[in-house]
Design a protein around this ligand. Structure first.
Ligand SMILES: C[S@@+](CC[C@H](N)C(=O)[O-])C[C@H]1O[C@@H](n2cnc3c(N)ncnc32)[C@H](O)[C@@H]1O
Length: 234
């Protein structure tokens, strides 16, 4: 909860947003304005000139539009979401390549997902979690990635939005530096020229590399004196 003190996350956060039931209700009732029926324009813009290959994890994948955009250009992509409705919706689309949808909690990575991925792609999961859990989110990204793995993220960077009510919860560049700086090196950032209508100027694309050894450091720092090399690295 150190983040809560520094950045003053005092506002009203629905108690339930950390539960899959909260999101399931939204899928059931159609209160799902985030689902635009197509991949994020900043991702498509990025993929026009860059490649995201190998094994890719998309946390909070929803209906999987971004998953399929990544799979279409040849990556093996796992879309992870803890709401059954999201996974059902994603599986309802025809397969386009090597994509897979798994129901699970990003904060408690399912077996085999630690130290495995070449890339994590973030879009509208970070802004959907309680701000006080942001450090835990960064830990999960670092754990999911293999050494040298990369994180491509579209953040909801909206200085007009405070943490008073959400989701979505906006973030500032300063907070991003604070959250990701310990485990990730920032390689580049840009404001995308393409966005869904209404999100113009509110997004920031960041490209990070995981710092070497950060998953191992995490194990040592968690259990001083009791660290076991096999735990979490198998
Ligand atoms: C705002 S929606 C965005 C979905 C998708 N990224 C999109 O843009 O269409 C947030 C998604 O994150 C999922 N989610 C929230 N917390 C999660 C967690 N701890 N583990 C896995 N999925 C989570 C929700 O179920 C929901 O589908």
């Amino acid at each position: 909860m150190a983040d809560a003190g520094r950045y003053g996350y005092q506002g009203r956060v629905s108690d339930s947003i950390s539960s899959p039931d909260y999101w399931q209700e939204r899928y059931d009732s159609g209160e799902d304005r985030w689902d635009k029926g197509s991949a994020a324009p900043p991702l498509l813009e990025y993929l026009r000139t860059e490649r995201v290959g190998g094994d890719v994890l998309v946390p909070g994948c929803g209906a999987g539009h971004d998953v399929r955009a990544l799979a279409r250009q040849g990556a093996r992509v796992v879309g992870l979401d803890f709401a059954r409705g999201a996974i059902d919706r994603a599986r309802g689309y025809p397969a386009v390549g090597s994509e897979l949808y798994i129901q699970g909690d990003f904060f408690s990575l399912p077996p085999g997902m630690e130290d495995h991925f070449d890339w994590v792609f973030e879009h509208t999961c970070f802004c959907a979690i309680e701000p006080a859990r942001r450090s835990a989110y960064v830990d999960s990204c670092a754990r999911a990635l293999r050494d040298g793995g990369q994180l491509l993220a579209i953040f909801y960077l909206d200085p007009r939005s405070s943490h008073e009510e959400g989701p979505p919860f906006g973030v500032t560049k300063d907070e991003l530096d604070h959250c990701f700086g310990e485990k990730f090196i920032l390689n580049s950032e840009n404001v995308p020229t393409k966005a869904y209508p209404g999100r113009e100027g509110c997004e920031l694309v960041r490209f990070y590399k995981r710092k070497p050894g950060s998953a191992l450091q995490k194990i040592f720092s968690e259990e001083p004196g009791k660290a076991s090399y096999s735990r979490g690295l198998a």
